[in-house]
Design a protein around this ligand. Sequence first.
Ligand SMILES: [Zn+2]
Length: 187
Amino acid sequence: MPAIGFEIKRKCKVCGEVFIAKTLDSLYCSPKCSKVAWKRKRDAQRKEEKLTQLALHIPDIREYLSVREAVAMFGVERTTLYRLIKNGTVPAINVGKRLTRIKRSALEAMFLTRTESNAEKTRPVPKKYSMEPGDCYTIGEICNRYHVDDSTVWSHIRKYSIPSRQIGNFVYVPKEEIDNLYKSEVK
Ligand SMILES: [Zn+2]
């Protein structure tokens, strides 16, 4: 990723410090924060794998689930689950101290299972753009507005698959996408 010719200020996604991003892909202020982010991601993946394994081993015929199994199977947060049990939305029984059993069919009616919801998440959502010239910049306008040269703009359009439309001598690109790409993330 080549360095960009202008400054983008961003908030580090780990520590919240504002920093000057060296490339459009920079999300963290320092190698230390990148490492923290990487570790968090790895831990989340490991946790996810464990839950998936647990969910796979729950027999189909079992009608009551433990809290841990329900979390594994439906990807619902533990605290959410306890709240739903407490307010009576999800029927559950106490079979002993700290042994809650939750009615599976009630959960099935309310939540997708973890694998179903993951499939939903990965299905790409087609984004609708207005390609009307009024909602677009020309390449020249982008260069002027963001002080980048046109070959850089084109390389970003290709890299991020930003739609473009040619009318006469001008190429139009949705303002929204370009602004999202180049404007600073700091509010
Ligand atoms: Zn940081």
